[in-house]
Every structure is written in structure tokens, then in C-alpha cells.
Ligand binder design. Structure first.
Ligand code: ATP
Length: 492
């Protein structure tokens, strides 16, 4: 405000001098040059660039109860934060204060939420920034920004009469990668050194006790100096949620939404294996948007079903394939679905030929349980399902298409998994020491065995294709239940 008033007064003075006959050209020239220099320096972060978003609220929004499916990570973090809450006890016992907590895990699992909740839990001022904000081409700028970040967190805490501050650095791997590896490594190293210096300087009897929290998806990239005791003392893993965790997160994000009686969040959680908290938030949001578009008062299960498709595969495309292509896609996806039902009855959730993302159609399976380990039989079954699309095209249309290239890529990856886990005829081997022609032969043998099985099964169930294709071409989508009823009719 003061800045704007002074600027206005200065401008008024120049105009006044001009009116009463003074030559104001040199004044205007120097003012313009000074302004340009100031903005240039500011854009390069040399003057007063604000680094770190320090929340002005006394307590940042968000608490541990807003985070779902991360009970063990929350417990670990809370235990660490007790060091800050009961600092008097810690001081008496001469315990070194906790200086840093590193949150590691995949994107969107709630690391930022945890840092905010930690600030709330310790009644601290919260300053957040991303590792990329420190990186500039100009030497010394990053280091200066680190100093500024710590200073502004302390100053804000003092102003708000708080004794704790939490500094949260997201994507710390950008700033804290192993030293000496970056092309402009001198600047990167200086920035990291400054962070180490600031962390070393943190003391229990500081007027403001600062805790540095950082998040990364790649802790293996971090410089070992950051991870040594006395710096990031605690590492908390924030992983993808399991089925119960997913349900908890869905509960949190649907609490403010009107749900229809047919909505089972347990089923949505079951269908969303591998989703992060951010994905689940998006599913809840997209389901509500779909309900609004249809002018429904409540969100139904089908809205959730479509929202999962959207988050998994991407937005529906306007691209309209030709009639021939539509037929081919319907046959391809029905092939996948037939094999999926053969291997695990009840596993098909839906088959659609709506183009989304990169796919012209897809078959969605309901995962049985969250599986983290696979037997050789499981992996071979996955191969069979993946091969079934191309083999169905071959059986019904007489040839294959490029539509199966992604299936084959995945098939080869699964075969590689079988060999690397010592479950192939080669026994336990080091993948790198297997000659390429041996790899080729073993891969070929595994795939051929599944191809034979799939061909035979599809041949026996050939009639299913006509009926399913008719429905898919008409409605673009068939539910798992409907697909199974057609299969039963054909078998009967
Ligand atoms: P990144 O590594 O990409 O920075 P992150 O792990 O920090 O991601 P957040 O920014 O905390 O993820 O989460 C993004 C959004 O996803 C949150 O605002 C929230 O809506 C939702 N979310 C993520 N995880 C959870 C969770 N465990 N419980 C509830 N909501 C969650």
C-alpha cells in the first residue's frame, strides 16, 4: 500500500514539474532505467523475491483426521512430532532436537497434507516451497533463497508469537540431489550446502524451533549428507493406500456429497487398486460433475463407475473410428473379457468401445484382492488375457491389427518378470547373463503355450462374439453382469 502511495506521489511530482516548465526528461530516463534494473534483479531472485509460501493463518488448514489410509505413516510422524511438543522434557534429558523429517512415496499420496497437519499438530507457522524454486542459473541465488526461507519462517513465527515453525520443501530431490552430478553443479551444490548449514544451525533453545519437512518420490537420488543423522533424522514412507485405506479416503472426499442408495464405496475402493489419494479425490469430484451434468440430485454408482474410467484412462475422445474399426475393437475387447471370465469368473467389470486417452476401447477387470505377489500361474493367466485381444481378431476377422501392440509390450514385460523371478525353465538366473537368443526362445515358448490355450478357448466360445458385438456397437458399453449372462446363455 505504502509502495503504491509513494509511486503515485512521485508520478504526480514529475507531472507537476513538467507543467511548471522544468525539463523532466533526464528524471524520467533515470527512473525508467532504475525500474528496469530493479525488475530484472527481482526476476532473477536477487532482490526480495518471496520464497516459501508462509501461511498467514496462525494454524494452517488441515489436520491428521483429513488424511485417509495412512495410519502407520501418521503414527510414525506424530511420534516424531512429540519431540517438538514436549521440548522442555527433551531439553532436560539433553536429547538432540529433531531437525528434519523426510516423507517419501509416490505422487499424490498425501505428503503435503501430512506436512500441513504436522504444522497444525505442533501449533507452528507453516512455510512451504518446492525444490525447483531454488534453482537458478545465477550462482549464489539458490543459497540466498534458502537463507531467506529460514529467515522468513522465523520472522513470521515471531510476529505471530509462535515458538515453532515447519518449513516444507516439496520435491527436495531437485535441490538435494547427489552433489557433483549436475551440469551446473556449482550452483546446485551451493544451494544444498546452504540448506545443510541452516539445518546444522537449528538448536533446541532457539526462540523459534524450526522443523524441516521434505517430500520426494526418489529418496535414492538424495545426497547422503542430507540423510545422515542430525539432518533428516526420520524417514516416513507414505505409500499407496490399500483397499481399506482407499475406502477411508473416499469417505473423506464424499462426506460433503449427496450419495445415492446404490453407491457402495467399498466396491469403488475394490475397483481402484493402485490409485493414490489424489486419484480418489478426483474420482469423487468427477462423479459429482457427471451427476450435475445429468441434472441428478444424487450421485449414483454408475457416475462413480464412469469417473473411475475417466481417471484411469483419460477423457472421452471425440475421435470417431470407422464402422470396421469399431467392429474390430469390439471383437478385440470381447476376446480379453472372455479369457478374463474363463480364468477368474466374475472378474469383468465392464467392456467398452468408447475411445479414451490412447485406447479405442478397453475391458476393465475388478481386482480380486489387493495382490502384491504373483505366482507363475497368475502371471501366465495375465499373459493369456493380454493375448486374447489379438487372437480374437485373428479368429473372427482373419488377421491382426496394430491395436494389440501395447498388449504385446505388456506380455513381454510379464514374461521378463517370470524369468527374473526364477520361475521359467531356466531356473534362477541373472537376467543380464542370459544370452539374447536364449531369452528369445524361452519367451517364445511361454507365449506359444498361452496362445494355444487361448485359441482353443476362443474357438469353443465363438458364438459369444456376435451377441456382445451387437450390444457394444449399439450401446458402446456392456456391464460385467450382462457379459456373463450372455456367456451363460451360449454355454447352456
Ligand atoms: P506430490 O508428491 O505430487 O507433491 P503429495 O503426496 O504431496 O503429492 P498431496 O499434495 O498431499 O500429495 O495430495 C494432493 C491431493 O490429493 C490432496 O489435496 C487431497 O485432496 C488428495 N489426497 C492425497 N492423499 C490423500 C489422503 N491420504 N487422504 C485424503 N486425501 C488425499
Amino acid at each position: 500500500m505504502i509502495k503504491e502511495i509513494s509511486l503515485g506521489l512521485g508520478l504526480a511530482a514529475v507531472i507537476f514539474l513538467g507543467i511548471i516548465g522544468y525539463d523532466v526528461t533526464p528524471l524520467v530516463f533515470f527512473a525508467a532505467a532504475g525500474g528496469a534494473l530493479f525488475f530484472l534483479a527481482r526476476s532473477r531472485g536477487m532482490v526480495g523475491k518471496n520464497i516459501g509460501n508462509v501461511t498467514s493463518n496462525s494454524t494452517p488448514a488441515g489436520s491428521f483426521s483429513d488424511i485417509g489410509g495412512q495410519a502407520s505413516a501418521i503414527n510414525e510422524l506424530r511420534e516424531a512430532l512429540e519431540f517438538i511438543r514436549s521440548y522442555e522434557k527433551i531439553k532436560k534429558l539433553g536429547i538432540r532436537p529433531l531437525k528434519g523429517v523426510l516423507l517419501t512415496g509416490p505422487p499424490g499420496t498425501g505428503k503435503t497434507l501430512m506436512a500441513r497437519a504436522a504444522a497444525n499438530f505442533t501449533d507452528a507457522v507453516f512455510a512451504s516451497c518446492s525444490g525447483s524454486e531454488f534453482i537458478e542459473m545465477y550462482a549464489g541465488v539458490g543459497a540466498q533463497r534458502v537463507r531467506q526461507l529460514f529467515k522468513s519462517a522465523r520472522d513470521t513465527a515471531l510476529k505471530q508469537k509462535k515458538s515453532n515453525a515447519v518449513i516444507f520443501i516439496d520435491e527436495i530431490d531437485i535441490l538435494g540431489g547427489k552433489r557433483g552430478q549436475n551440469s551446473s553443479h556449482h550452483e546446485y551444490d551451493q544451494t544444498l550446502n546452504q540448506l545443510l548449514v541452516e539445518m546444522d544451525g537449528l538448536k533446541i533453545d532457539d526462540r523459534v524451533r524450526v522443523l524441516v519437512m521434505a517430500a520426494t518420490n526418489r529418496s535414492d537420488m538424495l545426497d547422503p549428507a542430507l540423510l545422515r543423522p542430525g539432518r533428516f533424522d526420520r524417514q516416513v514412507t507414505v505409500d499407496l493406500p490399500d483397499r481399506d485405506g482407499r475406502k477411508e479416503i473416499l469417505n473423506l472426499h464424499t462426506a460433503n456429497k449427496p450419495l445415492g442408495v446404490d453407491v457402495s464405496l467399498d466396491s469403488v475402493a475394490k475397483e481402484t487398486f493402485g490409485f493414490s489419494g489424489a486419484h480418489l479425490e478426483s474420482v469423487a469430484n468427477e462423479a459429482a460433475i457427471l451427476a450435475m451434468r445429468e441434472e441428478c440430485k444424487e450421485i449414483s454408482y454408475r457416475h462413480f463407475h464412469e469417473a473411475v474410467d475417466k481417471v484411469m484412462m483419460g477423457e472421452k475422445l471425440d475421435r470417431k473410428p470407422s464402422h470396421e474399426e469399431i467392429r474390430r475393437v469390439a471383437i478385440h475387447e470381447s476376446g480379453h473379457a472372455l479369457l478374463s471370465e474363463c480364468i477368474r469368473p466374475g472378474s469383468v467389470s465392464a467392456v467398452t468401445i468408447t475411445p479414451r486417452g490412447k485406447a479405442l476401447g478397453y475391458m476393465r477387470q475388478t481386482p480380486d484382492n489387493d495382490n502384491y505377489l504373483h505366482t507363475c500361474e497368475n502371471l501366465e493367466s495375465q499373459i493369456a488375457v493380454m493375448l486374447a485381444g489379438a487372437l480374437a481378431e485373428e479368429l473372427i476377422l482373419g488377421n491382426r491389427s496394430t491395436g494389440a501392440s501395447n498388449d504385446f509390450e505388456q506380455t513381454v514385460n510379464v514374461v521378463e518378470q517370470i524369468i527374473k523371478s526364477g520361475m521359467s525353465e531356466l531356473g534362477v538366473v541373472s537376467w543380464d547373463s542370459v544370452p539374447s537368443d536364449t531369452r528369445f526362445q524361452v519367451t517364445n515358448k511361454i507365449i506359444r503355450k498361452q496362445e494355444e490355450f487361448v485359441r482353443e478357448y476362443l474357438e469353443k466360445n465363438k458364438e459369444v462374439f456376435d451377441k456382445v458385438m451387437e450390444i457394444l456397437i449399439d450401446k458402446e458399453r456392456i456391464s460385467g453382469e450382462h457379459f456373463r449372462s450372455i456367456m451363460r446363455q451360449q454355454v447352456a
